[in-house]
Design a protein around this ligand. Sequence first.
Ligand SMILES: [Zn+2]
Length: 423
Amino acid sequence: MRTGHHGLADIPADQATVRRSNLSLVLRHLREHGPQSRTALAAATGLNKTTVTSLVGELRARGLIRESGPQHAGGVGRPGLALTLDGTRVGALGLEINVDYIAAFATDLGGRVLIDRRVGFDAMGCDPERSLDELARVAREALAELGLLGIHVAGITVAVPGLIDGADGVVHVAPNLGWYGVPVAERLSWDVAPNIPVTVVNDANLAALAEYTSGIAAGTSDLVYLTGEVGVGGGIIAGGRLLGGADGFAGEVGHVMVDSAGERCGCGRTGCWETKVGLAALVRMVTPDHAYGVPDGIVRDPEERLAEIERRLADGDPQVAHALTEVGRWLGLGSATLVRLFNPRVIVVGGYFARLADHLLPRAQAELTRLGVTGAVAHCTFVASDLGFGAASRGAAGVVVDRVLADPTAIEILPDISTLSRA
Ligand SMILES: [Zn+2]
């Protein structure tokens, strides 16, 4: 059992809640402010020193913090031993399945990156069973690597481009994957990690969180993130919080209708925004022979497709230049609605939008200005993400880390702390 509440079992529920939130307070404080003595922790958190000593004892027993040598508190008296976040034992695994790849990203609690990789995979051309097999294979491989590093994996979060029931980890619908009612969490739990909690979250929402915590616009409390993949998803950070909506379905910007006479979309409707700006739209305009959904037996990683497009642009191909102008214009046009609705300071674009930012964003920004939604009233700038195609898997790992920080009792007490501290 990973979720044992050793140490809390014999105290009443309300006290257990207080204890849990105090453990979280101390752990977060050490993570954000670096090594501190018990005295300094007590002063900073407003908890009394006896409580802090007890909390520190429990966090050490769970292997989450360690003593790291004398620390002068800045005042008189002998120095206390400093306590440091010990992130190296506990890890978080983020996975992402998208139309043409599966990504894995793992960090320890301190933020050290342990795994960051993407494998090309044609999820569009496979049935859900086959895709889940491949996702399970990537998960098993990552868990084996983390196991060799001595990492206890506190949780797995899977990013999926679709509408997800967060409570049971079922993907209601992921149009570009052709998934309807796919029980992702249950399948991974059963097949790969029976003892590790698995959650499933919309990919754009996770990428927005990654941008907000560690991306190019980190800390911008009102931002919109757009995934530039085959599908176009949105994640909205408003007032420093991810906007979920009543069912967690907010941000499905790719399926806002922008052209009633437009192309048919993967969702079954016509003229959705992603039929104008999604990677499939660009590829269809530029390399119709290799368009998504045209079976030619070759799985192309998005980077590979983009390299070809860039090569042709450099060769002065007018068809590519025209296509990029069109995508840039539609990107600005659709974003104008988002700016009106959410008044973001920044629109962070990811995926292929970021890779081709120099060719897309000036046009998109000009379109925003032309439509009269920037300027004195609402300053909003497009910026290209520097997190690459892995933003959602990074955000997925971040969600797991956040869960541990919020409830350190989710991590088991080590069988023998004295053995560990001697090592
Ligand atoms: Zn659609």
